[in-house]
Design a protein around this ligand. Structure first.
Ligand SMILES: C[S@@+](CC[C@H](N)C(=O)[O-])C[C@H]1O[C@@H](n2cnc3c(N)ncnc32)[C@H](O)[C@@H]1O
Length: 266
């Protein structure tokens, strides 16, 4: 993504590790971090690493910062599953508006380029050595999940391309068909980030954040072929409970489902 001689901005640079990688090819990297302790850490780590001198660490709020000159690439990894908690969406949205006002187009390339979000109905074992605790859990996306049974396929509710205009809202109002009988007691929240798209090979470099398992307050006994209606609505960067507070899950009645099908066929 970073071509030789490029100018790069990292928003939310943390320890500076990604700015370090960018600096191996870039001519100049502006690394913006709000937390003064991390600014100190990033500066001292970069000083010990090759090409670290190409990185300027700036203590600032990424919601207001603009680089002194146009940049080719913006790295922003303020990512949390669901695009909750961290300010990826508001920071990039604000950056784009201010950047276009100051420098005109084109916009730089964003890393990641996109985030794709999905939910999946599951049956989760919330018993821990005999203790029943239906609580929010995190799962490694690369591991087999012995304690989860998938009851249906993941449903994509958001495809967000950072270079395109996007709404600050993450929401869904839809139905999922159950592929298995079971106790539907949790939703798996999936966020896949597309770090780079390679049109030449039609391939992407993907990175999943950890899955979040959200327990349902009222589990449902479900049968294969049954439809479940799910609805939620929250703002990107909101606390986790913004999703759970807005979450509505219920059995879709046969009647309602048939009328929805008729509407979509018309
Ligand atoms: C998930 S970390 C990523 C850090 C970095 N990419 C790394 O790999 O070390 C997000 C970083 O963004 C910083 N951050 C959060 N909000 C910020 C803001 N409004 N302005 C600047 N930095 C911010 C946090 O302090 C944190 O270091």
């Amino acid at each position: 993504m970073v071509k030789p001689g490029a100018k790069v901005l990292e928003l939310g640079g943390g320890t500076g590790v990604q700015s370090f990688f960018a600096a191996q090819k870039a001519q100049k990297v502006f690394c913006v971090e709000r937390n003064p302790e991390l600014v100190y850490a990033a500066r001292s780590f970069l000083a010990k690493n090759i090409n670290g001198d190409k990185v300027e660490v700036i203590q600032a709020d990424a919601l207001h910062y603009l680089p002194p000159e146009p940049v080719d690439v913006v790295i922003c990894e303020m990512l949390h599953t669901g695009l909750l908690r961290e300010k990826q969406m508001p920071v990039i949205d604000s950056f784009k508006k201010r950047y276009l006002e100051r420098f005109g187009g084109p916009l730089p390339i964003f890393v990641p380029e996109a985030s794709i979000q999905a939910i999946q109905p599951i049956q989760q074992n919330f018993h821990f050595e005999g203790f029943y605790a239906p609580t929010i859990l995190f799962q490694d996306p690369c591991s087999t999940q012995e304690r989860s049974k998938n009851l249906g396929d993941p449903e994509v509710f958001q495809w967000l391309s950072y270079a395109e205009p996007f709404s600050q809202t993450c929401s869904w109002d839809g139905q999922i068909i159950m592929a298995e009988n079971g106790q539907f007691n949790a939703l798996r929240l999936i966020t896949k980030n597309v770090l780079a798209i390679n049109p030449a090979t039609s391939s992407t470099v993907d990175w999943h954040t950890q899955y979040i398992i959200l327990p349902l307050s009222s589990p449902l006994s479900v049968s294969e072929g049954e439809y479940i209606s799910i609805r939620f609505n929250y703002q990107g960067g909101a606390p986790l409970n913004a999703l759970t507070d807005s979450l509505e899950v219920c059995r879709t009645s046969d009647m309602k489902h048939r009328s929805v099908e008729r509407l979509s066929l018309a």
